[in-house]
Design a protein around this ligand. Structure first.
Ligand code: CMP
Length: 154
């Protein structure tokens, strides 16, 4: 299975959307294998978004994600990275289709509720920034045989 990192950003926490956002991931069949609430400090935020350093939105982005608690989690599933990206939708709520997390809950071009890794390399790097290896739990869910058919596992 593939693993991906998600961060429910400070606007999601403040707007009491954590439960509804996790519910959507679980409904899809994704398995949460690590989860914690934290306040990102500036150095963690700068590191996590290092690829955007120098862009005009970089400083506001660092200020946004450090402005309050966030919920970080790792989900596992076949094709989890692409699946989660399609569940959350395009970067900003006004552009995101209804049915996606950002499309249903977001109306801002800055406060965009959730981050999710965009590639296997980013997932590996971002997971390591937020979790130790022994915090990533390896377990089976009872419905796994019905969430994925044999062909999905190839
Ligand atoms: P996220 O999915 O966390 O990944 C990078 C973040 O940078 C993105 O969500 C937005 O919060 C932010 N971002 C990307 N592009 C822009 C932009 N054009 N203007 C403002 N913020 C942006």
């Amino acid at each position: 299975m593939e693993r991906t990192l998600m961060v429910l950003k400070p606007d999601a926490v403040q707007r009491r959307l954590i439960g509804r956002m996790i519910d959507r991931l679980e409904r899809k069949g994704l398995k949460i294998v690590a989860l914690r609430m934290l306040r990102m400090d500036e150095s963690l935020a700068r590191n996590m978004y290092a690829e955007h350093e120098g862009r005009d939105f970089y400083e506001p982005l660092v200020a946004f994600v450090t402005a309050g608690p966030v919920v970080a989690m790792v989900a596992a599933g076949y094709d989890a990275i692409a699946m989660v990206r399609s569940l959350i939708g395009p970067t900003f709520g006004p552009d995101a289709p209804a049915g996606t997390i950002r499309g249903d809950f977001g109306a801002s071009r800055r406060y965009n509720l959730i981050h999710a890794s965009d590639s296997p390399a980013s997932a590996e790097r971002e997971i390591a920034l937020l979790f130790r290896e022994n915090e990533l739990l390896d377990y089976d869910l009872l419905d796994d045989p019905w969430v994925y058919a044999a062909v999905d596992r190839e």
